[in-house]
Design a protein around this ligand. Structure first.
Ligand SMILES: Cc1ncc(COP(=O)(O)O)c(C=O)c1O
Length: 374
């Protein structure tokens, strides 16, 4: 007699047993219970350290009284604002519940068993998860020594079954970036049966002259570019990401999209953020890049060897055993970083860059943690 209170696992698609789910950082509430009154510095999820921009905060407040209504399923205002900002037709833009949702619907719409996705690894796990849920083949290729996508190796992995080639730049968790020139060469070399997906979640942190997937689209190239409001724009909690790609992409994805994927508060906040960005974004980026370099210098002074990063986080390889010990010692001091086993880098720690006081706390705690873990 089956136990009626337990799910019968025969009901679940067998291939899900092989899917590695995303492992989120530990919830703040749980850490608070464990650490008592100790102040917590959370540098684990690459969020920005600032609240939403002032206009976005106001828009969120103003929208509160209208939440009895469903949101606009087409996110027209967001797409219009993005289209105007980036000089691309709004029909080519799709807005989603974070980039994560867009990654999943792209995999859902494109990948059957037997189809292949290629990407470098260690990297962002959602592409792997989206592909393996579909029963598609996921082919990882090593990063280059600096923690950036090795685009020659990636191009070499493309075969007749490849449908998606992912380029995450800057890469999460390592922070490495590909050059504009290398990206253009890669796109030129790809056969036309492959859709390149350029993940620019950390685009805002890149210096001028770096690759710009939207500019490549404007030039008429065949690619999908994805960006998010979760990082530099400070809207991670509301979940808004977007992608732009070839004509027809939005219609092709519509059968697998949730109609109301992007909530109404997120939509007004995104529009207001775009209006406020010219005034508020540059200062935030300047602080993030200055603190990133100060954090990297501080880590080097402690004998660690962080990879060069072009994003709002720093990656340091310490070895698997030491990573667990250092992570535990940092947590006991109220500093939460991200061990990167789930990203394919079991010996790594990824540390989000925050405000100057966060860098100070991280470096002080790291000095103690390294001694304790020695
Ligand atoms: C490389 C990369 N892509 C996509 C995402 C997903 O972003 P979102 O918050 O928009 O779902 C992240 C978030 O950490 C990321 O690091």
């Amino acid at each position: 007699m089956p136990d009626a209170s337990h799910l019968d696992h025969a009901l679940i698609r067998p291939n899900l047993a092989s899917v590695q789910p995303y492992v989120p950082g530990r919830p703040l509430a749980e850490l608070r219970r464990e650490l008592g009154d100790l102040p917590i510095t959370k540098l684990a999820s690459n969020e920005g350290p600032y609240p939403p921009f002032p206009a976005a905060t106001q828009a969120i407040r103003d929208a509160a009284g209208e939440q009895n209504l469903y949101p606009d399923p087409g996110a027209w205002d967001v797409r219009d604002a993005l289209a105007e900002r980036h000089g691309i037709p709004q029909e080519r833009i799709v807005v989603g519940n974070g980039m994560d949702s867009l990654i999943k619907i792209l995999c859902l719409a494109m990948l059957d068993p037997g189809d292949e996705i290629v990407m470098c690894w260690p990297s962002f796990v959602s592409y792997r998860q989206g592909a393996t849920v579909q029963g598609a083949t996921w082919t990882p290729v090593p990063l280059d020594a600096g923690g950036a996508y090795d685009l020659d190796a990636l191009a070499g992995a493309v075969g007749p079954a490849t449908k998606i080639a992912v380029v995450v730049s800057p890469n999460n968790p390592t922070g490495g970036v590909v050059s504009d020139e290398a990206l253009r060469r890669f796109l030129d070399a790809l056969p036309s049966h492959v859709l390149p997906v350029i993940d620019e979640a950390y685009f805002e942190y890149l210096p001028a002259g770096s690759h710009d997937g939207v500019a490549l689209l404007r030039e008429g190239r065949h690619l999908v570019v994805m960006r998010t409001f979760s990082k530099a724009y400070g809207l991670a909690g509301l979940r808004v990401g977007w992608m732009a790609g070839p004509d027809g992409l939005a219609e092709a994805l519509s059968p697998v999209r949730n109609a109301f994927d992007v909530n109404a508060v997120a939509q007004v906040a995104a529009v207001a953020s775009l209006a406020d960005a010219p005034e508020h974004l540059p200062g935030r980026i300047a602080t993030a890049t200055a603190e990133r370099e100060r954090m990297a210098d501080g880590l080097r002074a402690l004998g660690l060897d962080p990879l060069p990063s072009s994003a709002n986080f720093v990656f340091v390889e310490v070895g698997a055993q030491r990573a667990a010990a250092i992570d535990a010692a940092l947590t006991r001091r109220g500093v939460i970083v991200r061990p990167t086993g789930g990203f394919g880098a079991p010996g790594g720690l990824r540390i989000t860059v925050g405000l100057p006081e966060h860098t100070d706390r991280l470096l002080a705690a790291m000095a103690d943690a390294l001694q304790e873990a020695a």
